[in-house]
Design a protein around this ligand. Structure first.
Ligand SMILES: C[S@@+](CC[C@H](N)C(=O)[O-])C[C@H]1O[C@@H](n2cnc3c(N)ncnc32)[C@H](O)[C@@H]1O
Length: 277
């Protein structure tokens, strides 16, 4: 499943820049919600899909020297040197396990005061099952937090003439690999489907920026998914060239705006004591 993500998004230089931009934009909403949930000094935190470690860093900063932060990811992107650097920067006790959360029932070092899944729930084969597991790994009184994109809001105003091409490629590829482009907004529904009832709260964050500053990000998103879209026959080389030429010819016009994907967060706190009924 994880290779699925790499397969559709690729690993070009532009894709790495795109991911770095995501991490920068996500920092503030993630910190805001973690503070709201009172994740602080001494917290035991689990990041079930830690990727290159951006969220581990945030958790380590909040948990501090008396806290403990554990990351899981089958890709093993946080190697020993990166882990040592993160530990030095946060002073927290960090560890990372090269594990696929879909394939394990128990988590090392659990239970946790916080279980976090950022930007990978939409890629799980069985999201409701993953949510149930995460909640099981959460300690009584602790909280489970999931953040995921809703890609359907990405838009440009005034719209490029060939904007349909962007949506065809992005939505077409996501649908093909079973990823719901509107997953973020459906997140509370997945909590209910997991038998957890309603989420305790949600956070919805988006950005409206001027096209000259963020147009490159849209192009990077499109280009990352383009090879797969061409394979699928969702678009053609000619249609793609026409779209990219149109975007490239836009003047540095501050009147044109880009609306981002939404970042949707939803959380659920586990009761201190399980009800006896
Ligand atoms: C978009 S990155 C997000 C990384 C990190 N959570 C963040 O927000 O910076 C998605 C990561 O989720 C990981 N992932 C996906 N499915 C997973 C699973 N079942 N168990 C553990 N990690 C998983 C992938 O390997 C990838 O590194």
């Amino acid at each position: 499943m994880t290779s699925l993500r790499d397969y559709i998004w690729g690993s070009t230089r532009q894709e790495l820049d795109r991911m770095r931009h995501d991490a920068t934009c996500l920092k503030s909403p993630t910190l805001q919600v973690l503070r709201h949930l009172k994740v602080g000094e001494g917290a035991r935190c689990m990041d079930v899909s830690c990727g290159t470690g951006d969220s581990l860093h945030l958790l380590g900063q909040l948990a501090g020297p008396s806290g403990r932060v554990t990351g899981l990811d089958p890709e093993g992107l946080v190697g020993p040197a990166a882990l040592a650097e993160l530990t030095a920067r946060t002073m927290s006790s960090l560890s990372v396990f090269q594990l696929d959360a879909e394939e394990i029932e128990e988590v090392p070092g659990g239970p946790y005061d916080l279980t976090l899944c950022r930007l990978s729930m939409a890629y799980q084969l069985q999201p409701a099952e993953m949510l149930r597991k995460m909640f099981r790994w959460t300690a009584p009184g602790g909280v489970m937090l999931v953040q995921e994109y809703d890609f359907r809001t990405i838009d440009v105003h005034p719209r490029p003439r060939l904007w349909d091409e962007f949506e065809r490629v992005v939505h077409g590829v996501l649908h093909d690999v079973g990823v719901d482009p509107g997953f973020g907004v459906r997140l509370p529904g997945y909590f209910a489907a997991a038998g957890l009832g309603a989420s305790d709260g949600t956070q919805v964050v988006g950005a409206l920026t001027s096209f000259p500053h963020t147009g490159w990000y849209l192009v990077a998103t499109y280009r990352s998914l383009l090879p797969r879209a061409l394979e699928l026959g969702v678009t053609t080389e000619a249609a793609s060239k026409e779209f990219l030429d149109e975007i490239a010819a836009f003047p540095a016009d501050e009147h044109r705006s880009t609306l981002s994907a939404l970042v949707v967060g939803a959380w659920k706190r586990k009761p201190e004591e399980e009800p006896s009924w």
